[in-house]
Design a protein around this ligand. Structure first.
Ligand SMILES: [Zn+2]
Length: 359
């Protein structure tokens, strides 16, 4: 074996070790688990005898139990029992906890033929069927006292009512989509469930959270087969496992616990091609990349992918410097800022970038 490749393997090995070591001086990764509906609000009910509120709670408790066992993860539940909660209370619990993730669990209902899982992030619905799902999940507002005052004229049955809803979550859109896609991939690849995709619609509960947030429609309880599955112990266990795995994947992709000492191994020609930036926002709004639009941070750059603009702070070949940029961005209020990497102007995963530097 050549010495150079031996050294490479050695460095990768130390890289992996540091990946596996949790930091104990940092704030825990807080996940808020929201079991849809509850109490006087059963959610969807079917002639087969399945209750959305019960299945959602069962899945949430399973997800929470596993996540609680992980050292640097803290789990907060919006409900652990069969009780009624207003939509705005759910979002308030997540905001008060300053959570890193908000995951709302539900079951879908439609005609008996419809089946499959879909995960939503907040956005304007692109079609009637997305609107219908959001409308069903928002209608609980009508069960609340004083909903006219509390929801400032928001009307779940009016598509126009959603137009004003999109802004607050836009900073987190990228991360929400990342988590949603990972959940859906797990459902499709590991469980062979039908993947109905990652979708956008105006869910009130997602609109009011200040962190990456998704709403999982685990499947249709109006479909006999899928209802049987979701109501079974095996089904709930498998669905929970897919969600847990996705949360952990998401978590490690955002916070690679790589000790910065390893990265001071400066050198090879490869290093020059890797550029680190800090993503501070993602939005469908096009804003000039000027420091006055971004709390004084400079330089700001912008890219467009599909209909989403991404905004970045800083640009450096030095990962340590990128971490400093990230902390600076967090310091001025971009609390979900994270480091991204480019190789020859193409975005690559941070893991890949760091590996290249080590090589
Ligand atoms: Zn629901």
């Amino acid at each position: 074996m050549q010495i150079k490749s031996f050294l490479t393997i050695l460095l990768c090995f130390f890289g992996l070790i540091s990946l596996a070591q949790p930091k104990n001086n940092t704030k825990p990764f807080i996940v808020v688990l929201d079991a849809g509906h509850g109490g006087k609000d059963p959610g969807k009910i079917t002639t087969f005898g399945y209750n959305e509120k019960d299945i959602a709670l069962d899945i949430v408790l399973r997800v929470g139990k596993q996540l609680e066992n992980i050292d640097d993860v803290e789990v907060i539940y919006t409900r652990k029992k069969d009780v009624f909660l207003e939509l705005r209370q759910r979002a308030a619990i997540a905001n008060k906890a300053d959570a890193d993730l908000f995951i709302s669990i539900h079951c879908n209902a439609h005609n008996p033929q419809a089946y499959g899982a879909e995960t939503f992030v907040l956005g304007l619905h692109r079609n009637e069927s997305n609107f219908r799902v959001a409308q069903q999940e928002n209608e609980v507002i009508f069960m609340e006292d004083d909903y006219e005052q509390n929801y400032e004229g928001f009307d779940p049955s009016s598509p126009e009512s959603f137009i004003g809803l999109t802004l607050l979550q836009e900073d987190y859109l990228d991360q929400s989509i990342l988590l949603a896609r990972t959940i859906q991939n797990n459902f499709a690849q590991k469980l062979k469930r039908r993947d109905r995709g990652v979708k956008q619609a105006g869910f009130w509960v997602l609109h009011n959270t200040y962190m990456p947030s998704v709403l999982v429609e685990t499947g249709f309880i109006t479909n006999k087969n899928e209802g049987d599955y979701l109501n079974s112990k095996r089904g709930k266990e498998e669905i929970s496992k897919s969600i847990i795995d996705a949360v952990l994947d998401y978590k490690s992709s955002l916070n690679p616990e790589i000790s910065t000492e390893n990265l001071s191994v400066e050198n090879s020609e490869n290093t020059a091609q890797i550029i680190f930036k800090v993503q501070i926002a993602a939005s469908s709004n096009k804003v000039a990349p000027k420091s006055y639009n971004f709390k004084g941070l400079s330089p700001i750059s912008r890219t467009k992918l599909a209909s989403v603009y991404r905004y970045f702070y800083g640009e450096t070949t030095d990962y340590n410097k990128a971490i400093e940029f990230k902390n600076e961005a967090i310091g001025v209020g971009y609390t979900s800022a994270f480091v991204v990497a480019y190789k020859n102007n193409t975005r690559i995963s941070l893991k890949e970038a760091l590996k290249t530097i080590l090589n």
